[in-house]
Design a binder for this molecule. Structure first.
Ligand code: F6P
Length: 359
């Protein structure tokens, strides 16, 4: 048996723990493992395919990033190719990828990725590649699984940042707005905001009214609380408005969501007269060592993915259905992206503890 592993899309803390567990579980069965570098670029001649043995995964489980590297511009069905005049066109190279995999004697691929990468894995599966998926994202927006690895680390990083913002905001009587990642989902903002006791949390699932946000800030002011920490998910939007989009994306890349934090800070300052600052936590949320929770979940996913290969669960992905890891068709997981339920107990508890969602 010869399997290959690929990591695609944005990195997430825990990827190396998946790779390590999958390699060790496969080697334990007497299988050979290849690592496809940089998404699928290693199978398309733009990077390498490297053998992965015990020595290659030694001491990597606690490290952030991915030893295989990754890209969010490597969809083999719309692969960016540079033309002689320097312009870029997107070309379908999926047939070539499947042929190259066959030539390398690859019997199955473990594809570790978020919704975009899992969709690619599903399409490759439909074209005959034997694929098992492993869901990954700090955004926690993949359906079918209770959670994904990377999310807990991102929440911890954001929560620690909120703790730090409290002390400086309070010292200066300021409003500090922190924008966090999550694309179209508000999980990071909600979980970190509640854990870090933010005063306002704005998420895409609950569009806000800036007047209501300012009223919450002024109500605290009247109670003698002269500072505020506002956590804004990058995909948050005002009632009747749109997500804020940053500049143009590179060819082959999704449009980038963000910029809303600065806008909210500006509007609060204008309306309340309070001094405001904004920060974008950005890629700090994706970097660094995975938390114990993420390492364990990632390790379980890696082991379960090899079991799924052994069982011939092609087109399936591993998922957490607490307390067990199960396999589900990738298509089922992708049918409905995970979003924050505005009636979830976390939202209700946040409201009861005095947090405003600006609605
Ligand atoms: O999906 C993970 C994520 O970190 C999002 O939260 C964020 O919008 C996006 O990726 C950022 O991507 P990039 O690394 O291309 O800036």
């Amino acid at each position: 048996m010869r399997i290959a592993i690929s990591t695609g899309g944005g990195d997430a803390p825990g990827l190396n723990a998946v790779i390590r567990a999958a390699v060790l579980s496969a080697v334990d069965r007497g299988w050979h493992v290849l690592g496809i570098r940089k998404g699928y670029a290693g199978l398309l001649g733009d990077d390498d395919v490297v053998p992965l043995g015990r020595d290659d995964v030694r001491g990597i489980g606690h490290l952030g990033g991915t030893i295989l590297r990754t890209t969010n511009r490597g969809d083999p069905f719309a692969y960016p190719v540079k033309r002689p005049d320097g312009s870029i066109v997107e070309v379908d190279r999926s047939d070539q990828l499947i042929e190259n995999a066959r030539n390398l004697g690859i019997n199955a691929v473990i594809a570790i990725g978020g919704d975009g990468s899992l969709r690619i894995a599903e399409r490759l599966g439909q074209k005959g590649l034997r694929v098992v998926g492993v869901p990954k994202t700090i955004d926690n927006d993949v359906g079918g699984t209770v959670t994904t690895f990377g999310f807990d680390t991102a929440v911890t990083t954001a929560m620690e940042a909120i703790d730090k913002l409290h002390t400086t905001a309070e010292s200066h009587d300021r409003v500090i707005v922190m924008e966090v990642m999550g694309r179209h989902a508000g999980f990071i903002a909600l979980h970190a905001g509640l854990a870090g006791a933010a005063h306002v949390i704005l998420i895409p699932e609950i569009p806000y009214d800036i007047e209501v946000v300012c009223e919450a800030i002024m109500a605290r002011e009247r109670r003698g609380r002269h500072f505020d920490v506002v956590v804004v998910a990058e995909g948050a939007m005002p009632k009747g408005g749109q997500e804020s989009i940053m500049g143009a994306s590179l060819p082959g890349q999704d449009r980038r969501v963000g910029g809303i934090g600065e806008r909210v800070a500006h509007e609060i300052q204008q309306r309340t007269g309070k001094e405001c600052r904004s920060i974008v936590l950005g890629h700090l949320q994706r970097g660094g060592m995975p938390t114990g929770y993420d390492r364990l979940l990632a390790t379980r996913f890696g082991g379960a993915a090899v079991e799924a290969v052994e069982a011939g669960k092609w087109g399936h992905m591993v998922a957490l259905r607490s307390p067990h890891i199960v396999t589900i068709p990738i298509g089922d997981a992708l049918r409905e992206p995970r979003r924050v339920d505005p009636n979830h107990d976390i939202v209700r508890t946040a409201r009861r503890t005095g947090i405003s969602f600006g609605d």
